[in-house]
Every structure is written in structure tokens, then in C-alpha cells.
Design a protein around this ligand. Structure first.
Ligand SMILES: [Zn+2]
Length: 349
């Protein structure tokens, strides 16, 4: 059995308690059965694998796991997270957040990529809501244990004092711990500046120590920031195509920041089924001070939704479909169809 102590610093592969006591799994399943009987959506969601995940999250402690799973089920009944997307991204600003499910790692775990500087919204509650969107979109597409997790790559190249609010990190980490335990395989922090150290120390003080262990620091593809060399870490986790996508995304944001930062919207790209033309939606939220500017093309046709093989997979199609249906009522997204270069794709049966 692998225990937390045996999972080494920086190990993003090991899983605690690969073998569970099936009597305890049965007991946990029985304890939550009344809630499942009362609600069809949580009954569908709470599979045997999910019960096992919650028991694993509390390292086999039945009482703690019963509490966490019960709280999560009640939260799911109250919030219906499986029907929602981030309200800031569909109502207020199509560029509110830039944290998205964009591919797979070598083990078949989901790859989540975020660029801190591209996120216009720095509010704790909406950042947590966006995390919920990402988790709800990827969860139904995850592989079985032990690869039922995601690896989160965070690009820091435009990290600023406005991102120094520990409440944002605590809102997101709190949500992960309460309702999405054992999903985050680890984080790869790219190009983190010295400025980040203070926030990191603050976050480590309240974060789950197991989560803190699962963090790697890597220098950016431009050689900036603190950590290990970019290539070996990327090669350890990602195949050549996915690594090339990550490098292209990061370099585009570095080289053409002024052009792309105000135009890149994953939400707009996903609605329109087009991820390499940016800013075509700008008349929906015009700048108060500047006249509208023409859209721009991504560097070498780079598509912000992911590499070509990811865009061909079923999970990608499921995510696009779910976003279009869950976000259709948004104040901004409901008006995208008239502006999209090729319209909004019809839902498939
Ligand atoms: Zn958002």
C-alpha cells in the first residue's frame, strides 16, 4: 500500500490507498443511500468509484468520509453544479477566466491549463465558480482509477500584485478539498516570479500538506521564472504534440501579449467551434475608451482549445456540447451566434 508519507516530494504519480477495504466501501455507500434515493442526479453521479474516491480522500476513515461525501451530496443537490458554467465568463466578460481542460497527460489524466494574467476577474467567489465549471466538464470524461485525475499547468508570466490575494487560492483549494477530493494529481507552476513566493508561503500555511507536496516549479519556455528546466518536466508528463501545444500557447502569450490578451476567450472559442481567431466577439463588450479593433489570428494557427488529437477526441466534443447547452442563457453567450465567423454549431444527437 502507498501511504502519504511514501509519496515523495514532487511526486505527481503516486496514489494513496490503491486497495480499499470493500466492507468499508459498502458501509460508506449504505450511509449515503438515503440521499441518493431522494435525488436522481446525485444517484447517477455517486458511482461505486466515487464512493471509493471519498473513502480514499479520508485515508479509509469511515466517519470523516461519510461527513465529506454527505456534505458534497447535499451541496450537489442544492447547487446542481453539473448543470452550470461560470457566470462571470458567460454574463460579465468572456475573458473573465482562462483555466480550461485542454488535453491529456501521458497517463491519460486530464490536462488543465491556466494563464493567471489572462484572467480579468480576480474575485475569490467567481474564481471558485470557474474551478467548479472546469471540474464538472472534465469529471464525466475521466479514465478509471488510478488515472481519474487532472494535472494543472499554471502559467505565471504576467502574475502581478493584483494576483496576490490569498483568498482566491483559498476559495479554490477549499472547493477542491470539500467537493472534489483526490482529483488534483498535482500542479506544474511555470515561470513563477519571486513575487509569488510570499503568496505561496501564505497558501502553504492553510493548504492540505499532500496538495503542497504535489507542486512542481518549472522555468518558462522563455527561460524566465524559478524552478527546474522546462523540457525534461514537460517530456515527463506530456507527449510531443501536447508539449508543443503548451509551449506554443505560452510563447504566443509572451510574444504577442498586447495583441492577444484582450482578445483570447476560451468561452467564445468553444461556443463558436473556432479557437484560432480571437476578438471577433468584441462588439458584445466594447471598450469604453477605444474603438473596436479587428480580430487577430493565433500564431501559426494555434488553437487555444487544445492540440489537434485532443480536438478530435470524444471528451472534447462532450465538453463543447455541455458548454453550449449550459451556457446558452448567458447575457453575452446568448448573443454570440450572430457574431461567430461560421455561426454556432448545432447540437449533435
Ligand atoms: Zn469563469
Amino acid at each position: 500500500m502507498t501511504t502519504d508519507d511514501e509519496v515523495a516530494e514532487g511526486d505527481l504519480h503516486g496514489r494513496a490507498m490503491p486497495v480499499l477495504d470493500q466492507d468499508d466501501v459498502d458501509a460508506l455507500a449504505r450511509a449515503v443511500q438515503p440521499i441518493l434515493d431522494s435525488d436522481e442526479a446525485v444517484r447517477r453521479w455517486c458511482t461505486r468509484a466515487n464512493v471509493e474516491r471519498f473513502l480514499r480522500a479520508d485515508r479509509g476513515n469511515l466517519a470523516k468520509a461519510t461527513k465529506r461525501l454527505t456534505d458534497t451530496l447535499k451541496w450537489r443537490v442544492a447547487e446542481r453544479p453539473e448543470t452550470r458554467v461560470c457566470s462571470a465568463c458567460i454574463d460579465k466578460d468572456l475573458r473573465s477566466h482562462y483555466m480550461n481542460f485542454v488535453g491529456w497527460d501521458r497517463r491519460g489524466r486530464a490536462l488543465v491549463y491556466s494563464d493567471i494574467g489572462l484572467a480579468k476577474d480576480k474575485t475569490p467567489s467567481t474564481n471558485a465558480e470557474h474551478c467548479m465549471q472546469v471540474l464538472e466538464l472534465l469529471e464525466p470524461n475521466l479514465r478509471p482509477f488510478p488515472n481519474d485525475q487532472y494535472v494543472w499547468v499554471v502559467d505565471f508570466h504576467q502574475f502581478s500584485v493584483y494576483d496576490m490575494n490569498p483568498s482566491v487560492a483559498s476559495a479554490c483549494l477549499g472547493l477542491f478539498a470539500r467537493s472534489y477530493p483526490e482529483r488534483l494529481a498535482g500542479m506544474i507552476m511555470v515561470g513563477a516570479p519571486m513575487l509569488f513566493n510570499g503568496l505561496y508561503r501564505a497558501v502553504c500555511a492553510f493548504a492540505d500538506p499532500v496538495t503542497v507536496k504535489k507542486v512542481r516549479f518549472v522555468v518558462g519556455p522563455d527561460g524566465k521564472g524559478g524552478g527546474k528546466a522546462f523540457d525534461p518536466v514537460m517530456d515527463e508528463f506530456f507527449d510531443a504534440e501536447t508539449k508543443a501545444w503548451l509551449a506554443a500557447e505560452m510563447m504566443e502569450n509572451r510574444k504577442r501579449w498586447k495583441e492577444v490578451a484582450k482578445r483570447k476567450s476560451w468561452m467564445a472559442a468553444t461556443f463558436a467551434g473556432r479557437g484560432s481567431t480571437h476578438g471577433w466577439w468584441q462588439t458584445l463588450q466594447p471598450s469604453k475608451t477605444k474603438p473596436p479593433e479587428p480580430p487577430v489570428e493565433g500564431e501559426g494557427g494555434h488553437d487555444i482549445r487544445g492540440c489537434e488529437s485532443f480536438r478530435a477526441c470524444d471528451a472534447f466534443k462532450n465538453v463543447a456540447q455541455a458548454v453550449r447547452s449550459r451556457g446558452a442563457h448567458g447575457a453575452l453567450t446568448s448573443r454570440l451566434a450572430d457574431l461567430a465567423p461560421e455561426g454556432i454549431p448545432e447540437p449533435e444527437e
